[in-house]
Structure formats: structure tokens, C-alpha cells
Design a protein around this ligand. Structure first.
Ligand code: BT5
Length: 257
């Protein structure tokens, strides 16, 4: 991953004006959080070839090998859409950047932050809010599995994880994907600032849950119902089997298998 190749003639307004690539780091979100303390670094992107302590939400691990993934974190230090809308916009942006793998089906979104190819997780997004000298800022961490083979994954992950190479039966060019990713995030952030409706409409087209039975665990209690949409402030909307409509916020909800 060469920063000059990623940034060459990159026509984004906000994202990727500065790009740094690390050979190895603990977590790109931690590196980006240092840059984010300076508001001038809005839009800065950190990539790493390897992460030694990649993380997901709620202390979970994000697994990756050496040079087999896109591991990146984007600093948003200026205006940031409200958290849940940002999460929806980022999911749309990542799914669109991945697009269809080979001749296969298009990458889809499993709320809140999983990106799926053919029913398996190919990418994850971790949003973190931080307090800085000039106010709060946000880090968008994105991990995309690129060159994994099935045996690259642990026994636990193999049934549920996949990579772009596996699904496309070819070898993805990570620099091109990184460029598409930055362009896509740039675009969907701008859209989110103007219209949550457009984000939700595209999210709805890409959602694996919308229109389907969904089982959620909220604060330890199980809820089953039919997913009827997403609210840009309150989360996933279910028509419950027990009657009534209820919204579930991502911070307190997990999707049951
Ligand atoms: C996520 O969390 O999916 C967010 C992952 C974000 C990773 C990026 S990489 C760059 C940046 N720096 C970081 O340190 N993180 C971000 P969550 O929804 O909590 O999902 C975590 C779960 O996904 C784990 O418990 C595993 O079950 C599964 N998982 C771990 N590694 C995976 C992988 N490579 N592919 C697919 N699934 C994986």
C-alpha cells in the first residue's frame, strides 16, 4: 500500500487529503485518534499493512494477517453527522466500495456495522468518538478482508467470514479498493450532511435484514420480529411478534445468529 498511489489524482473533497501508511501498528483507530486531536487533520486517513491489536465493538477482536486486508481509520474532526446516521452512511459507503465481488452478488449491510458478501462477513466498521483539544472528533475504522483464503481464518471465524478474493475467485487490487473506499466515504458523508433520507433509502436497498424476520438481543432480552426499517436517530425498527413496533439502538443491541 503506497500512499502516493492511493492519493494520486484522488478527487475527494474531504477524505484522504492526507494519507499515512503504517507497516504495522496496534490499531489504526489508536493512531488516527492521535492525529484527530488536531482539527487540521480532518479527513486524514491511516492505513496499516498489519494490526497487532485490531478491535471491533465492545472489546471484540478484529483478526487480520499481514498485507491481507484493508485496515484503515478516517479522522472526522470537523462537522460530523449524528452518530447513528454516520454509522448508516459508512455502512453504505463500504458496501458500495466493495460492490459486487466478481460476477457475484453485491456486498450487503447487516445492521449495524457488518458488511456481507454471499451471507458471510467481509468487512466491519468501528466508530469511536473521542475528546480532543478543540472539541470532540470521530474515528471511522474500517477493516476489509481482501486476500484471505478459507484457511487464513480461525476455526471459529471460517464459517462466518469471507474475503473478496474468495468470493470473486481472483486477486483484488488493494490500492484500487482503497481509492474506491475513500471516494465512497467522501460521497456518502456529504450526502449524510444534506439528506438522511437518501442514506436510508440506499441503506434499505443494501440491507440483508429489511423485510425479513430478525432476532435481536437488547440489554440481555431477546426480541423477535419483522424488520421494517431503520431510523437515523433511534436504530433498527422491528414489528414485534408480540405486537407493536419498537426501535433498537446499536449500542445496546446485538443481532442473534
Ligand atoms: C467490527 O466489530 O466488525 C468492527 C471491525 C473494525 C475493524 C477495523 S480494522 C481498522 C480499524 N482498527 C481497528 O482496531 N478496528 C478497525 P464487531 O461488530 O464487534 O465484530 C467483531 C466480530 O467480528 C468478532 O467478534 C468476530 O466474530 C468477527 N471477526 C473478527 N475478525 C474478523 C474478520 N477478519 N472477518 C470477519 N469477521 C471477523
Amino acid at each position: 500500500m503506497d500512499p502516493d498511489q492511493i492519493s494520486a489524482n484522488l478527487k475527494t473533497k474531504r477524505i484522504g487529503k492526507k494519507i499515512v501508511v503504517y507497516r504495522s501498528t496496534s490499531s489504526t483507530n489508536d493512531v488516527a485518534a492521535e492525529y484527530g486531536k488536531n482539527r487540521e487533520n480532518d479527513g486524514l486517513v491511516v492505513f496499516a499493512e498489519e494490526q497487532t491489536a485490531g478491535r471491533g465493538r465492545a472489546g471484540r477482536k478484529w483478526e487480520s494477517g499481514r498485507a491481507d486486508s484493508i485496515l484503515c481509520s478516517i479522522v472526522l474532526a470537523e462537522s460530523v453527522p449524528q452518530h447513528h446516521l454516520l454509522s448508516l452512511a459508512c455502512a453504505v459507503a463500504v458496501a458500495e466500495a466493495i460492490g459486487p465481488a466478481g460476477a457475484g452478488s453485491h456486498a450487503k449491510i447487516k445492521w449495524p456495522n457488518d458488511i456481507m458478501l454471499n451471507g458471510k462477513k467481509v468487512a466491519g466498521i468501528l466508530l469511536e468518538s473521542k475528546a480532543g483539544r478543540d472539541g470532540s472528533f470521530c474515528i471511522v475504522g474500517i477493516g476489509i478482508n481482501c486476500h484471505h483464503r478459507p484457511d487464513s481464518f480461525t476455526d471459529e471465524l471460517r464459517p462466518i467470514a469471507t474475503s473478496i478474493d474468495i468470493e470473486s475467485r481472483s486477486i483484488i487490487d488493494r490500492v484500487s479498493l482503497a481509492r474506491r473506499l475513500l471516494i465512497s466515504v467522501d460521497h456518502w458523508l456529504e450526502v449524510a450532511q444534506k439528506s438522511s433520507r437518501i442514506v436510508i433509502d440506499r441503506w434499505s436497498e443494501l440491507s440483508v435484514q429489511l423485510g425479513h424476520r430478525t432476532i435481536l438481543v437488547f440489554n440481555g432480552a431477546k426480541f423477535t420480529g419483522h424488520c421494517i426499517g431503520v431510523d437515523p436517530e433511534k436504530g433498527l425498527i422491528l414489528r414485534l411478534d408480540t405486537g407493536g413496533v419498537r426501535m433498537f439502538d446499536a449500542a445496546h443491541t446485538t443481532v442473534a445468529k
